[in-house]
Design a protein around this ligand. Structure first.
Ligand SMILES: [Zn+2]
Length: 285
């Protein structure tokens, strides 16, 4: 199956957002209070050329994110975007020969601004999202959490993801995206309480489009919770579950902001033995 990594510009956040420092409220304040910026990171969306039609996972950043509400300390002090209109997902898909009507389905891992930023490019697609995640964006509470639902297109009416109690591998809840069940959503709570990931089965391996389940493959392997997950224990449990998934199966793990993700996709490089090395470390130490 052809899968494209589409880089919709770059984002810059604090190191303490990528790797949480300390615990509790202290950890969640560090992305704002810390002065240490990380390097610019890519903002990936994914386009799967599937027999059902093209499936896009996340819609990436958009040029409108270069201007953010100034009253919010996170927007003012903790995040910067570098993206021009032609780098948005729509024009880039057209460059790959994928037209707006070819995209039958869009799946959103969560509703953060660099994942729903490109929604305007998909007026003709079925758009799937977690209804609990959508509910979290509403009102003043949603604004404080950094969601920008006012920037969604007027026509935006996502279809709630139909979760089944059926486990998929180590994941307790799953939802079929493709009719054949070779593209499936799994619940990966942590970064947001209803965050999801999309797994694509392709021959002898699976590709996990992980959204912000972790910012990097290395932080997933290290079990390092990020600086924004509301519940550290839930996030840590999900990272452990993903590691277990990668031990049991051949998984190419692709977070949305990992600078090596596109290369790993090209090579179909699975996490494989790296998990086992990490798992042995505590024993060796
Ligand atoms: Zn996010």
């Amino acid at each position: 199956m052809r899968i494209h990594a589409v880089e919709t510009g770059r984002v810059r956040i604090k190191k303490a957002q990528i790797e949480g420092r300390g615990h509790g409220t202290w950890r969640q304040l560090q992305p704002i209070l810390s002065a240490e910026w990380a390097d610019w990171l890519p903002v990936y969306t994914w386009a799967i050329e599937h027999p059902d039609g093209v499936i896009v996972v996340d819609t990436g950043a958009a040029a409108h994110l270069k201007s953010l509400p100034r009253w919010h300390p996170y927007f003012q002090f903790s995040v910067r975007f570098d993206i021009e209109p032609e780098q948005e997902v729509g024009p880039q898909l057209r460059g790959l020969g994928i037209g707006v009507r070819d995209v039958k389905t869009v799946v959103l891992t969560h509703m953060h601004i660099d994942h729903d930023g490109g929604l305007a490019h998909f007026p003709h697609s079925r758009i799937l999202a977690s209804s609990e995640e959508i509910a979290r964006t509403a009102g003043i509470g949603g604004a404080i959490l950094g969601y920008l639902p006012k920037r969604w297109p007027k026509w935006f009416a996502p279809e709630p993801l139909a979760w089944q109690p059926t486990a998929y591998g180590v994941f307790a809840r799953s939802a079929r995206i493709s009719a054949a069940g070779d593209v499936i959503a799994v619940a990966t709570p942590g970064h947001t309480p209803n965050h999801l990931s999309v797994v694509v089965r392709d021959g002898d391996h699976e590709i996990m489009l992980a959204g912000d389940a972790s910012y990097l493959e290395s932080t997933m392997l290290g079990g390092t919770v990020d600086g924004v997950s509301p519940d550290e224990a839930v996030a840590a449990a999900t990272l452990a579950r993903i590691r277990e998934f990668c031990v049991q199966r051949a998984i190419v793990y692709l977070p949305a902001h990992d600078p090596d993700a596109a290369q790993r996709l090209r090579e179909r490089r699975t996490v494989g033995s790296q998990v086992l090395v990490r798992e042995r470390e505590p024993v060796a130490g």
